[in-house]
Structure formats: C-alpha cells, structure tokens
Design a protein around this ligand. Structure first.
Ligand code: AMP
Length: 108
C-alpha cells in the first residue's frame, strides 16, 4: 500500500488541514513555503494523467475550500502536481501541492 493510502487509513500520522468523505488535505512533511499543503483523493489514483474528470472536478472544489480555510485566496498561491518520472513524482498517489503564505519566486 502506498504511503498516502496509509495516511488515509490512519496508519501514518498527518497534520490534517481539511477532510471530507472523499478528500484529505494535510501539511507536507518537508515544507517548501510558509504554507505547504498536500491535497489527495482518499481513493488511490496514481497521478493526474489517470484521474477521472468527475473526481478531478470534485477535487477542484475541495482544493478551493482548502485555499479559503488557510487564508491564501486574497494574496494568491501556487498549485503543483508532479506526474511520473520526468515530472519528478516521488509518491505515486495523485497529490496537489498548495504553496503560499509568502511571495514565491517564478518557476517558469
Ligand atoms: P512529489 O515529488 O510531488 O511526489 O512530492 C511528494 C511530497 O510528499 C514531498 O513534498 C514530501 O515532502 C511529501 N511527503 C512524503 N511523505 C510524507 C508524509 N508522511 N507526510 C507528509 N508529506 C509527505
């Protein structure tokens, strides 16, 4: 079982920011910004390329709620999802990084 599935099952502890029946948002263990949250579906999907559009739509609404909850709506934030080997994805369970709480540098 992947480590994010273990987090969903409560077998690995996490610092939960927001949770509902289908999604979980928790603090990244190695934060790259003042606010660095990971957002995942509770069901296992390897990466963005494989997620069903309906589930992605529901996840979009959940991510927007997370952004509201942590107060980054006004000043803005960054969303990142890494996909596969060339995308440098380390954990094979789709996740969005929500980064913010400070002025981020441009990456593109
Ligand atoms: P990625 O390279 O997009 O697959 O990113 C994986 C992210 O998961 C990294 O930012 C890690 O710091 C984070 N991470 C790995 N294990 C844990 C954990 N147990 N709890 C919270 N974040 C984790």
């Amino acid at each position: 079982m992947c480590i994010f599935c273990k987090i969903v099952k409560g077998e690995i502890p996490n610092k939960t920011i927001l949770e509902d029946e289908n999604f979980l948002a928790f603090e990244d263990i190695n934060p790259q910004a003042k606010i660095h949250i990971l957002i995942i579906p509770k069901t296992h999907v390897d990466n963005f390329d494989l997620i069903a559009p309906k589930l992605m739509g529901e996840m979009t609404a959940f991510i927007q709620k997370v952004a509201s909850k942590v107060g980054v709506k006004n000043d803005g934030y960054r969303l990142v999802t890494n996909i596969g080997k060339n995308g440098a994805q380390e954990v094979n369970h789709i996740h969005f990084h929500l980064l913010g709480g400070e002025q981020l540098g441009s990456i593109l």
